[in-house]
Write a protein that binds this ligand. Structure first.
Ligand code: GLC
Length: 740
């Protein structure tokens, strides 16, 4: 098929699989520019050949287990390299802490070269091939990637593709008047066309960087700058831009980055007379990038940053035949959650969850409470209108409440990009500060502190109840508060997002095992919740999910069912005791207290929550949550990378002594046996290790199983896959065939 090309068969096969579609889409977008397309294919091969043997082995292993990133054992964290550990080497040195946090997904905020003071937190990239010198080098990045892989973690990095810094080589040459480089951006001789654009294009930073264009003095021209004036929008209608930017992305993948966060995805195609968001060509570009990565580095995942209303978000998954992003952010649920914190009224959140529950199970969302950005109030105002909540007034209410001005509010946030014209301010602050922990500690008010911590934990419990991948924001695991030092920093003072971008407090983190401290209470609670989440199949992405009616608008109640396990979860968003008026017949087991509990008139303390579970025709079981590397090596042993060569990722992660002992006991003398299967029966040692970790009494009797089932349950069970091999903490269960 590819005459004259001396390409390796693996590459040719992968390219052949996508070739027709690739060629067709490329020709359509770039007016049949054959030469550019040929260049593109050759470039793909170049990056394929440069890819290290060990990364190629990971690709092969992941291709054999394509759902490797979808299990309920996935847990992510988002952080700034400098805030967490100073440098990339520092992060590598602290991987043990991240392992202790239970992570298998690490997202580092932008770390490529970016001019100080004109960096937008690293989102203005001057050189896509160079790490900011103060953080390290590209080699450090690759070494960190390697170490992450060997410890069973994957690494996520932003690819800021919508724009470059004005200090990027292309921008410099464009500024110097080189037409070829000006054509890589949007340059205009005067303001006529820019003014036309402004009629239809909304503003991203109305207060800190108004307008979508900037005057470039040196070039004597106007340049498009959707974000800050120093971030120049790239023109993807120019195939050179697409080819070279894709090469830059593949270069990151070849440095061991597993997840590429496509920054500001909806913005990458511009057209006069439109809002320049989500245009059809954006989807073509994302699809092309997906195919490029599948050809060169199929172990890589694309994560789209689509901060839009739900109807705009979902199309970025593409279709089953023509997928675009592997994962997307669940941004509306995040914003609706904070709305619910401020209103104590779950009706909007319930409505939002209903919409999410209708989506196919194979859509993978990244769920989060806080991230490096502000909270934008992109809520369903049409829905809210029926309760008399109008957009502008309601945004003001939310902002007042969450900045502590509202009645009975202990939240401590700050506004971001307050646009008085539209009444459209957004909001900043850490989870802990927004939950009232900062105010409580400042006032030395223990009762308030308890309330704040309870709210913080409940929000995380809700986060972990959702299908998808939960991603924590670094510091939240110990309840880190706002950092006000940015006010004094001349490079940061005008961007309130720095309020929640403070340095990680390692002193505070030392208290994480002391459960009399705020840090310890949160750290332990989150670890318990995460562990439970990873151990019960009912949290699997494939679970059926539904809204339960608790006849109480302060309580969000969600049901989950998967493979004989049913979970009822209740979240009280009010600061008073509330009752969920449910009346379920089965016997339930409270996953937190590990006691039986009836799912009848479930009473919840202020900001309390409950996870109640029952099983059908099987005892209450915990599974052994597999590590990522076990997933890739258990059923497909030969598919996992070989351990022999040096920087090779090891099949087994580095383990603690207790884990090693537990594993040795589980495996018996034969250390060379394949990695444990996902569901294995637990050994005594493992049970003990678990009990020690959780401080729980594992010998508790199993809750009674009920016998009678509803019709819907019977149907659901009939639909469910044959039972998998399961681990029991209650007693022997005959192993059954089947796999995930
Ligand atoms: C994304 C980032 C945000 C940044 C913007 C411009 O939205 O999350 O922090 O300002 O892109 O690159």
């Amino acid at each position: 098929m590819f005459e004259g090309k001396n390409w390796e068969p693996e590459f040719s096969e992968r390219l052949a699989k996508h070739y027709d579609e690739l060629k067709w889409l490329y020709a359509e977008l770039y007016h049949n520019d054959q030469q550019a397309f040929e260049y593109f294919c050759d470039m793909l091969y170049e990056y394929y050949s440069q890819r290290s043997p060990i990364l190629k082995e990971w690709d092969q292993a992941r291709e054999k287990v394509p759902e490797w990133y979808k299990g309920n054992e996935m847990l992510g964290m988002l952080m700034y390299t400098n805030c967490f550990a100073g440098t990339l080497k520092g992060v590598k040195d602290h991987l043990d802490y991240l392992k202790e946090c239970g992570l298998n997904y690490l997202h580092l905020m932008p770390l490529l070269e970016s001019p100080a003071g004109r960096s937008d937190g690293g989102y203005a990239v001057a050189d896509f091939r160079k790490v900011q010198p103060e953080l390290g080098t590209m080699e450090d990045l690759a070494a960190l990637g390697n170490e992450c892989h060997s410890q069973g973690m994957c690494l996520c990095l932003d690819f800021v593709m919508n724009h470059t810094s004005e200090d990027h080589e292309w921008a410099k040459r464009a500024r110097a008047g080189e037409k070829e480089y000006q054509d890589r951006y949007f340059f205009y001789d005067d303001w006529t066309i820019p003014n036309e654009f402004e009629k239809t294009v909304p503003q991203v930073f109305p207060q800190t960087a108004p307008g979508n264009f900037s005057w470039c003095e040196e070039a004597g021209k106007v340049v498009m700058t959707t974000f800050y004036p120093y971030q120049w929008d790239l023109n993807y209608a120019n195939p050179v831009v697409f080819n070279d930017m894709t090469a830059d992305m593949l270069n990151l993948c070849n440095h061991g980055v597993d997840i590429i966060r496509l920054d500001a995805t909806p913005y990458i195609w511009k057209e006069l007379g439109t809002d320049c968001r989500n245009l059809p060509q954006v989807h073509t570009l994302v699809r092309l990038m997906r195919m490029a990565s599948e050809v060169v580095c199929p172990g890589t995942l694309l994560l789209g940053e689509v901060v839009m209303e739900p109807s705009k978000v979902v199309p970025y998954f593409g279709t089953i035949e023509k997928p675009e992003c592997h994962m997307l952010y669940n941004v509306t649920t995040m914003a609706s959650t904070w709305h619910t914190v401020a209103t104590h009224d779950v009706r909007l959140l319930r409505h939002q969850m209903e919409a999410v529950f209708e989506l196919p199970h194979d859509y993978t969302f990244l769920n989060y409470l806080r991230c490096h950005d502000d909270i934008g109030w992109g809520l369903d105002y049409n829905f809210l209108k029926q309760f008399g909540m109008e957009e502008v007034a309601h945004k003001k209410y939310l902002n007042d409440y969450l900045t502590g001005k509202g009645y009975n509010s202990d939240a401590r946030g700050e506004l971001y990009n307050d646009d008085p014209r539209l009444g459209d301010a957004r909001l900043c602050g850490t989870t802990a500060s927004l939950c009232g922990i900062e105010a409580a500690e400042y006032e030395g008010d223990q009762e308030k502190l308890d309330k704040g911590i309870t709210l913080d934990i409940m929000l995380h419990a809700f986060l972990f109840t959702q299908s998808g991948i939960p991603v924590l924001y670094s510091g939240d695991e110990i309840g880190q508060k706002n950092d006000y030092t940015y006010h004094e920093n001349e490079l940061k003072w005008d961007d309130s997002r720095y309020l929640h971008r403070g340095d990680f407090d390692w002193e505070a983190a030392k208290k994480r095992h002391d459960t009399s401290t705020r840090e310890g209470r949160l750290f332990t609670a989150l670890r318990t919740l995460e562990t439970i989440r990873s151990e019960y199949e009912v949290f699997d992405n494939e679970a059926d999910t539904w809204i339960i009616e608790p006849y109480n608008d302060h309580i969000l109640a969600i049901g989950r069912y998967y493979n004989g396990e049913k979970l009822l979860s209740f979240f009280n968003f009010s600061d008073s005791v509330q009752t969920a008026w449910v009346n379920e017949r089965e016997d339930y087991f409270d996953l937190i207290t590990e006691e039986t509990r009836a799912a009848k008139a479930v009473e919840l303390p202020p900001y309390g929550f409950a996870w109640l579970m029952t099983t059908f025709n099987k005892p209450m079981v915990k599974r052994h949550a597999p590590t990522l590397n076990e997933k890739l090596s258990s059923d497909e042993k030969e598919a996992a990378p070989a351990e022999a060569e040096k920087p090779a990722p090891k099949k087994r992660t580095r383990k603690t002594k207790a884990e090693k002992e537990a594993e040795a006991a589980a495996k018996g003398a034969d250390a060379d046996k394949p990695a444990p299967k996902k569901r294995t029966r637990k050994t005594k040692a493992e049970k003990e290790a678990e009990a020690a970790a959780k401080g729980a009494d594992t010998d508790k009797p199993a809750p009674k199983k009920r016998t009678r089932k509803t019709k819907a349950e019977k149907e659901a069970e009939a639909k469910a896959a044959p039972p998998e091999k399961i681990t029991t903490i209650m007693g022997a269960v005959p192993p059954a065939e089947g796999s995930d």
